[in-house]
Design a protein around this ligand. Structure first.
Ligand SMILES: C[S@@+](CC[C@H](N)C(=O)[O-])C[C@H]1O[C@@H](n2cnc3c(N)ncnc32)[C@H](O)[C@@H]1O
Length: 277
């Protein structure tokens, strides 16, 4: 494994994650033979605004029955949502083996193991043939990736003609860096925030058409401010993103909120369509 891959794996490594989630479900008296997606919703979407924003994005286009690749799938919540609600056949890849093991285990306990599959792989070297997917879905991943050209060209390669890239990401607005830690990086060694303009230039150069973009910044600020109010009143949830981010969860989320409020970073979702090539 290259040094960069190891740094990213270490950033997200959470030993015994699947067992920890099962234990927390049991503590809440959830019957492990009858776990629903709702029971694990607090933990299985690792991005600002969780399941809510994924569903909004999925509804922006016709996804029903699509073959989807979820790049940097984490523990697989968005993949399971697409499989469950839109009958998609979803493959998720992630560098972090512990996340892949947990994604497989969670799909199994909610009964979605036949519509979702998860593989440990690098976004920069996707183990799929040209034109294998109708849709590539990626949320909060490219902030860890320095070689943006390679990242988007691999996505382009595995998409079929007229295929869609659907993303939801954090971008830098100016040259000022965020304060660390943030959810994707404890320090600058694994953080590579790029600009929206740079991403757009790469995608247009590759032959994509911009279909639709949405500035998600103000919704993210509202969401995070509300979350801090709730945390003040109720303390950390039994099964929330604190399970993935550990002791520094509050500090990481506060640094995103500050970065958004100070105008250093922005959130955007969007859809680009691949032209016939
Ligand atoms: C913040 S999490 C988001 C997970 C998931 N997309 C979600 O929204 O729930 C970022 C994920 O990207 C993965 N990742 C980062 N760099 C990667 C790379 N080069 N190849 C594959 N996965 C990568 C990390 O391991 C981590 O699981």
């Amino acid at each position: 494994m290259e040094q960069y891959d190891t740094l990213v794996e270490n950033q997200y490594y959470t030993p015994g994650l699947f067992e920890n989630i099962l234990e927390r479900l049991k503590q809440q008296e959830v019957d492990i033979s009858k776990v629903s997606r709702g029971n694990i919703a607090g933990v299985d979407e690792f991005h600002v605004r969780g399941a809510e924003v994924s569903l909004e994005l999925a509804k922006e286009v016709e996804l029903k029955n699509s073959k989807v690749l979820d790049v940097g799938c984490g523990i697989g919540g968005p993949s399971r949502m697409l499989a469950d609600q839109f009958n998609c056949k979803v493959t998720g890849i992630d560098l972090c083996q512990e996340f892949i093991r947990t994604a497989r285990g969670l799909s199994e306990i909610v009964g979605l193991q036949y519509n979702t599959e998860f593989l440990q792989a690098s976004a920069l070297d996707l183990p799929f043939n040209k034109g294998s997917f109708d849709v590539v879905w990626t949320q909060h991943v490219q902030m860890n990736i320095n070689d943006k050209g390679k990242f988007y060209s691999e996505i382009n390669r595995v998409l079929s003609d007229q295929g869609m890239l659907i993303y939801y990401d954090i971008f830098r607005k100016n040259s000022a860096d965020v304060n660390y830690p943030v959810p994707w990086a404890d320090n600058s060694s694994v953080s590579f925030l790029g600009t929206i303009k740079n991403m757009n230039n790469i995608l247009i150069e590759l032959g994509f058409n911009k279909f639709h973009t949405t500035d998600q910044t103000s919704k993210a600020i509202l969401f995070l401010s509300d979350l801090f109010e709730k945390l003040k009143m109720n303390g950390p949830p039994k099964l929330g993103l604190n399970v993935l981010m550990g002791k520094s969860t509050g500090e990481k989320l506060l640094n995103i909120l500050k970065g958004l409020e100070e105008g250093k970073i922005v959130l955007q979702s969007g859809i680009y369509k691949k032209q016939n090539q």
